[in-house]
Design a binder for this molecule. Structure first.
Ligand SMILES: Nc1nc2c(ncn2[C@@H]2O[C@H](COP(=O)(O)OP(=O)(O)OP(=O)(O)O)[C@@H](O)[C@H]2O)c(=O)[nH]1
Ligand SMILES: [Mg+2]
Length: 462
């Protein structure tokens, strides 16, 4: 996601860097360029304008003109301003302890990802030790109830379906009672969507709201829609006060406009982002992480969380140790690939690692994983530990053994070399150690102080 915005911003910063010293006029020109790329990313016009004004004022305040590395001052200012525009957001969902079940109502336009997101949220909550109930309250689309029921079955989450009524408010009201009886501490209502915000849709949602008295109302918004997503959020919020927004489809080629604008325009925080079709592909929204992704610095905290969730601590520590020692072998690489596979899309994961996004030749498509594993498995133990031994004839043998080509084998070895180099750099910065440090999750609550190495430098962190 966000590739083109990231790339355009990088080009602007590079331009500033090449100029060395920055004059007043240079700064103004830079701001104009930043505004242009924000507009291209489909950021709301007024937001882009305010954003650049804020950055300019701040950059001047920080004496960017006198600075020896003006681009760093500008990057930091853009970063901080992005964080400010997209935040703040309280992590997690506020629970209603008195009620016995916290009711979350999901609404949004047709196809925005409501049903998928309900399932994702249920899984997210379940993993945190909750006992969620999904409620099929979309009675518009014939297949909607089945879709939710199937998802619930897949995730082992109960789904409330009520064939006795065709009225969504009634379904929701009964569902809440059912949740209380079944001791489901969270109730997630999947409501119907329509092509546009119209009277019948809003009336139905208002009735559901009266009947189920949700503790949280979240709007599910398609992030690909850019400013249109923002406009629909505004429209919804006027009729149905929202507690938060969930931006979906940020894994696609989203330009970033919705993420940057929606809080500033609607005044409601983005709570979660959807980054894929799989039930695991939901992340708590962190303005800091998003700003870092936009600037191409990865999202270390997000990565740490994923690692925490899926990786065996001892295994991870062993891998980290080997990386420090420089004894990380292809066998370990294989182990890492398998762990990554458990975590979801490798491509997305790689983008979360600072610097990786910029490494063009470290492209790993998800479907490549099986092939990579096959290649490594066709190597002898010796070859896996000492990849430098793999000469041309061995490459041919390995290719044959794994049903791939010598080009594939070469590509893997090259990737491994790049990765080893990268790791040495990272371990030099102390980042890998931090990546695998389980205390990090606690630190996150203390406002995400961990940043990628590049950004760390730019932002003046040790
Ligand atoms: N790539 C990607 N696809 C998503 C994401 N969230 C949802 N989708 C896809 O978007 C499509 C629509 O998702 P649904 O969950 O059915 O959307 P909905 O809002 O419930 O749709 P209606 O019930 O018809 O209004 C499906 O194909 C989902 O797989 C996401 O974060 N990333
Ligand atoms: Mg649906």
């Amino acid at each position: 996601m966000l590739e083109s915005l990231t790339e355009s911003l990088r080009n602007i910063f590079r331009g500033v860097q090449s100029r060395g010293k920055v004059t007043d006029a240079d700064l103004k020109a830079t701001m104009r360029e930043i505004r242009r790329v924000l507009l291209e990313a489909d950021v709301h016009f007024q937001v882009a304008k305010d954003f650049c004004k804020r950055v300019e004022e701040r950059a001047l305040g920080q004496e960017v003109l006198k600075s020896l590395r003006p681009e760093q001052v500008i990057i930091k200012t853009v970063h901080d301003t992005l964080v400010e525009f997209m935040g703040p957001v309280e992590p997690g969902i506020p629970f209603n302890a008195q009620r016995g079940t916290t009711v979350i109502m999901m609404c949004g336009l047709q196809g925005s990802g409501k049903t998928t997101t309900c399932a994702k949220l249920a899984l997210f909550l379940k993993k945190k030790g909750n006992n969620p109930l999904l409620v099929a309250a979309d009675l518009q689309r014939p297949a909607a109830v089945d879709q939710l029921a199937v998802l619930g079955r897949q995730l082992g989450v109960p789904v409330y379906v009520d064939p006795d009524t065709r009225r969504p408010p009634e379904v929701c009201e009964r569902a809440v009672k059912h949740a209380l009886a079944q001791q489901c501490n969270v109730t997630v209502l999947d409501t119907a969507g329509r092509l546009a915000i119209d009277e019948p849709l809003m009336r139905e949602l208002a009735e559901v709201r009266r009947a189920a008295a949700p503790d949280q109302v979240y709007l599910v918004c398609d992030g690909m829609l850019g400013q249109d997503a923002v406009a629909s959020a505004e429209g919804f919020n006027r009729r149905l006060p929202l507690d938060g927004i969930i931006l979906t489809k940020l894994d696609g080629d989203t330009r970033g406009g919705a993420a940057i604008s929606v809080k500033a325009v609607v005044g409601k925080p983005i709570k979660f982002i959807g980054v894929g079709e799989k039930p695991e592909a939901l992340q708590e929204f962190r303005p800091q992480g998003m700003a870092e992704r936009i600037l191409g610095f990865g999202d270390v905290v997000g990565l740490v969380e994923k690692v925490q969730e899926h990786v065996n601590q001892e295994q991870a520590e062993a891998a980290a140790r080997k990386m420090f020692e420089g004894t990380f072998s292809l066998d370990d690489f294989l182990g890492q690939l398998e762990m990554m596979e458990k975590m979801g899309s490798v491509k997305d994961l790689l983008k979360m690692i600072p610097g990786m996004g910029a490494l063009g030749d470290l492209e790993v498509e998800d479907h490549d994983l099986g092939r990579l594993k096959g290649i490594i498995r066709s190597m002898t133990f010796q070859e896996r530990t000492r990849p430098d031994l793999v000469d041309a004839s061995r490459r041919r043998r390995i290719a044959k053994g794994s049903g791939t080509t010598v080009v594939d084998v070469n590509a893997l070895l090259k990737q491994f070399r790049e990765m080893s180099k990268m790791m040495q750099k990272l371990s030099g910065s102390g980042m890998l150690g931090r990546m695998y440090d389980h205390r990090l999750v606690k630190q996150r609550r203390k406002r995400q102080k961990v940043r990628g190495m590049n950004l760390g430098k730019v932002l003046g962190h040790p």
